[in-house]
Each structure stands twice: as structure tokens, then as C-alpha cells.
Design a protein. Structure first.
Length: 311
């Protein structure tokens, strides 16, 4: 069980960069615990504020509930209290509740509530879903606003009154007007997380709206670049931020956008390039081809030096 209160967890993750580790698989697509432990231990050596086990980059959508609990438990065990570990939970309300209970049992410090499976719903239905999960666990809950689970500011305000352990809001849609309405109404009641694919592109403008942190998928394979980029964002160093975007992030996005699902596949490809091969992605995702991996390798090799990103 976590030793952190929901507020303590939210405050801590709001003060630094967040990492969403990949879930390594063996050639037969089974969970590769040995590689995962190695990856978690390595990432914990950097100045990162939180690890989200079995999140979107961790292929939550391809894991069984039992696998999610296993992955979260291993992450907690390997992190050894150095960094808060949060667990992905989702699907329908009943399954999400079970997964939140399992996350607490595995020792997670909080949960990220991903959108419910498939269904479109009205605000009252989404609110009932979030409230049911919050009521199931003592852990701090972060809602992921994206796809078919877009909560407006009025719904969030009601949920914040009903659910004291609802402590975070992760934006995955990039609606600046909605983000402004949410922050204007709720202020510091929530910790706000940038959660768009390749969140670095939105980090600087979002900081002005109260979004103090974001989830960096590239942290998995270029943690030095990710940490220095985040530091440049927090000190509002526009020149350094745009150098990082121009010379690394935007070219990476160009590769990522070529095929559906590459937002995850390119991260595992990056792990392979740096010598931390974390195996294949599970279907329905597909792998980068050899020419794209070569492009990625060159991009990683030529990424901006620390001296460019630092003061």
C-alpha cells in the first residue's frame, strides 16, 4: 500500500517530468520481467517525478488485467520508493474498479484512469464512471481526458466536490479553450498533466495555462534529452525549447505520423536502438520498418547536446 496521500502524490508528480515506461515482451509476446526491471532501475536513476506503469506507452490496451497487476507490482518493487509509481486502469466501470483495487494491492501510489472501452457517453455517465472508481480506492486518481471520455469543467467541478481523491487531470485532446475553462474554474484543486502524443510540442504554451508537467514517451530512450528539454520549458527558455523541437522532436513526429500506432511502436524502436531492446509490440500495433529504424537511429545519434539545452 502506498505511503503517500493522494495530495502528496499529486504535488510530487506536478513538480517534475513524468515517464511512461514501455512494457517489454519476449519473442512470444509474454511479459519480459527481467528487461522491465532493468529499464525501471535505469529510469529511476534520472530526475523524474513519477513512473506510470502499464500506461498507454506501456501498451495497457494489450495487457490482461492480471498482467497489469503483475507489471505494476514489478515496477513498485524495482522502484523501491525512489519514485512514485502510478498504475493504468480502464475499460468498463466494473473492470476499472477491479483494476484500481489491484493497483492498490500491488503497492501503487496512484492510478491513471484511462477512457472506458468503446462507448460514447453523456457527462453524467462519465461522471458516474469516474466516481465509482474513486470510491473503490484510497489512492489518488488522475483522469485522462481524451477520445470518448472528455469531461467538461462543470462535471470536473462536481467530481472534485464528491471525490477528494480525484487529484489530477491529464489532457489528451489539446482543446486550449477547454483547458482554460477547467483551470479557471478549478485552479490548483487538481494537478494538470500534458498528455498529448509527443507532449513536448505543447509543453511551453501549456505551462502558461497551469500545466506544470507532462508525460514524455521519449524519456524511455533519450532520458538526458527529455530531462534537459523539460528544464528548458520550466525556465521558459524559448530558444532551447525550439532548438529541441526543430532538431529532434519534430523529425521524430514526422516518422511517427507515417502509420497508425507508431506513437507506441517508435518508442520501442528507440529502446532497441540504444541497446535496451524491449521486444516487439503486440498486435494490432505494427513495427517500424528497417529504413525507419535507421532514420530513428540517426536522429538519436545526432540529438541536441546537453550544452544546447541547458543554460
Amino acid at each position: 500500500m502506498s505511503k503517500m496521500t493522494p495530495k502528496e502524490m499529486a504535488d510530487e508528480i506536478g513538480n517534475g517530468l513524468l515517464s511512461f515506461p514501455v512494457t517489454p515482451f519476449n519473442a512470444d509476446y509474454s511479459f519480459n520481467e527481467t528487461q522491465y526491471r532493468s529499464n525501471i532501475d535505469w529510469l529511476c536513476g534520472y530526475n523524474v517525478a513519477g513512473l506510470f506503469a502499464a500506461g498507454g506507452t506501456g501498451e495497457f490496451f494489450s495487457l490482461t488485467p492480471a498482467e497489469v497487476e503483475k507489471v505494476v507490482g514489478v515496477a513498485v518493487n524495482e522502484a523501491r520508493g525512489r519514485i512514485p509509481v502510478l498504475a493504468g486502469v480502464g475499460y468498463g466501470t466494473a473492470i476499472a474498479k477491479d483494476m484500481a483495487i489491484a493497483a492498490e494491492r500491488a503497492g501503487a501510489d496512484g492510478v491513471l484512469l484511462l477512457p472506458p472501452y468503446l462507448m460514447q457517453s453523456e457527462q453524467e455517465g462519465l461522471a458516474a464512471h469516474v466516481e465509482a472508481v474513486c470510491a473503490t480506492t484510497k489512492l489518488g486518481v488522475i483522469v485522462y481526458n481524451r477520445d470518448n471520455a472528455i469531461l467538461n469543467e462543470r462535471t470536473l467541478e462536481k467530481l472534485c466536490k464528491r471525490c477528494p481523491n480525484l487529484v489530477g487531470y491529464k489532457d489528451g485532446i489539446g482543446d486550449i479553450e477547454l483547458m482554460t475553462r477547467v483551470y479557471s474554474r478549478l485552479g490548483t484543486r487538481l494537478t494538470y498533466i500534458g498528455g498529448l502524443p509527443t507532449a513536448e510540442t505543447f509543453a511551453l504554451p501549456y505551462l502558461e495555462m497551469g500545466v506544470t508537467t507532462y508525460s514524455s514517451a521519449v524519456f524511455n530512450f533519450v532520458p538526458d534529452f527529455a530531462i534537459n528539454f523539460y528544464a528548458a520549458v520550466r525556465r521558459r527558455d524559448r530558444d532551447a525549447v525550439y532548438a529541441g523541437l526543430r532538431d529532434f522532436i519534430l523529425p521524430l513526429i514526422e516518422i511517427r505520423n507515417r502509420k497508425k500506432g507508431y506513437a507506441v511502436s517508435i518508442i520501442k524502436a528507440g529502446m532497441k536502438v540504444i541497446g535496451r531492446d524491449s521486444g516487439p509490440v503486440r498486435s494490432p500495433l505494427i513495427e517500424l520498418d528497417s529504413s525507419e529504424i535507421a532514420e530513428l537511429a540517426k536522429l538519436i545519434q545526432n540529438r541536441p547536446e546537453k550544452s544546447v539545452m541547458q543554460e
